[in-house]
Design a protein around this ligand. Structure first.
Ligand code: TMP
Length: 393
């Protein structure tokens, strides 16, 4: 097996590790490099951070935090109900119940290793196993609850290091006629948007549909449909069934695989070119920040996302450039951004009238944020973004 390094994003902290102190003495750093496995056509990090360090009782990310995500979950749940009418649903990575709470009339079970989040869903009467997803847990669930006709997992499978074990565990608890829906950021969109900020400790893998298709070849599972969603700047929703289930395979699978192939997702040269674009993106973003600071303007950050942690640390954007971040997530407020130690505060109703520049950390919620900040924009307030290329909007 040959894994080739193509992207070096330098020394990075854990992206969701918001700090209680601005001067921590024990912050963990690792080298963030991405590699391409030429055999499976799979992109991953070269070094994995131990899962217990990332997913524990202090985990900050809340899936219910934005209207965009709430709407997306509601809409997809409705679609699932009318298309598949599942009676028993298992979610791997159930976070704060953003998806499962839409299925009040079904049997729903969550799996969530972050104990603070599992506590939330358990208190909502959603039985949640506060454990990591693996074959061992799937056996326990099988014994206690039997098989499921829908297994859903959004932004989680790409976090799990042992993919063979993950798919085997799914196979165990999936009913023979059941479906497994896997949703993760699309490698194709990431490359097109030069959104290198999708590379961080939690994203051990960044999936193309082609890579998932290759990984499933050695399992009892196969893809039967693919949808593109706008979540997290562009994701693939991949519908998987057991090979023994003779439900037809839809054209979307062939079409997506051929779109990826044509784009060059299976060729190492594509990743070399991407890496060059990332270096250029850093240079251009720093030019923008330098120019604004030279004119003595203040810059704030908007949305202290895990993604933005990669950008800030890779580009060396710290408190010299950004005074503070505003973020609606309570557990991030009063803390400091990992590695770059920028204060995070609770937003007031609107961005203050003395602010003219805001770096859009949550660029994936641009539409929602621009809607909320109409006044800021109409008085000439600007956003800085690096996606799809560094610019002031
Ligand atoms: P995510 O991109 O990892 O989902 O994180 C989005 C973060 O952005 C989350 O902490 C909430 C924050 N946010 C705001 O602060 N204001 C907003 O209007 C939106 C939509 C998100």
């Amino acid at each position: 097996m040959s894994k080739i390094n193509f992207l070096d994003l330098g020394s990075q902290p854990m992206a969701n590790n918001y700090l209680k102190s601005q001067k921590p003495d024990d912050e963990y750093f690792y080298n963030l490099n991405a590699v391409f496995d030429d055999e499976k056509k799979l992109v991953s990090l070269s070094e994995f951070v131990p899962p217990e360090m990332m997913f524990n009782e202090t985990y900050a990310y809340r899936a219910s935090m934005s209207l965009t995500m709430q709407d997306a979950n509601k809409k997809f749940s409705k679609k699932i109900k009318s298309k598949f009418n599942p009676k028993k649903i298992l979610e791997i990575g159930s976070n704060d119940g953003a998806f499962l709470k839409n299925f009040k009339n079904s049997t729903v079970i969550g799996v969530e290793p972050c104990k603070n989040l599992a506590k939330i869903t358990n208190s909502m009467n959603i039985l949640t196993h506060d454990k990591f997803w693996n074959t061992l847990l799937s056996k326990t669930i099988l014994n206690e609850s039997g098989q499921f006709d829908l297994i859903y997992s959004a932004n989680t499978i790409s976090h799990i290091h042992d993919l063979d074990d993950t798919f085997n565990a799914v196979d165990k608890v999936l009913d023979n006629n059941g479906i497994f829906v896997l949703e993760d950021p699309s490698l194709l969109e990431i490359i097109k948007n030069v959104s290198y900020d999708q590379f961080y400790d939690e994203h051990a893998y960044v999936f193309s549909v082609s890579a998932i298709n290759n990984l499933l070849k050695l399992t009892n599972l196969e893809i039967f449909d693919v949808e593109k969603t706008t979540t997290h700047g562009g994701s693939n929703r991949i519908f998987i069934k057991k090979k023994s289930n003779n439900m037809g395979i839809l054209d979307s699978v062939k079409l997506t695989l051929s779109e990826e192939e044509k784009f060059g997702i299976n060729n190492f040269e594509t990743y070399q070119k991407f890496s060059e674009k990332v270096k250029y993106s850093k240079k251009k973003l720093l030019d923008i920040f330098d120019k604004i600071k030279k004119n003595n303007n203040q810059i704030i950050g908007y949305g202290a996302t895990a993604k933005s942690s990669t950008v800030l640390n890779y580009c060396g954007i710290n408190t010299d450039f950004i005074d503070y971040f505003i973020d609606t997530t309570e557990s991030k407020q009063g803390k400091f951004t990992p590695g770059t130690h920028i204060p995070i505060i609770k937003p007031d109703e609107k961005i203050g009238s003395h602010i003219n520049f805001a770096y859009l950390g949550a660029w994936n919620f641009k539409k929602e944020i621009f809607n909320k900040e109409k006044d800021y924009l109409s008085r000439g307030g600007k956003f800085i973004t690096h996606v799809p290329f560094p610019q002031i909007i």
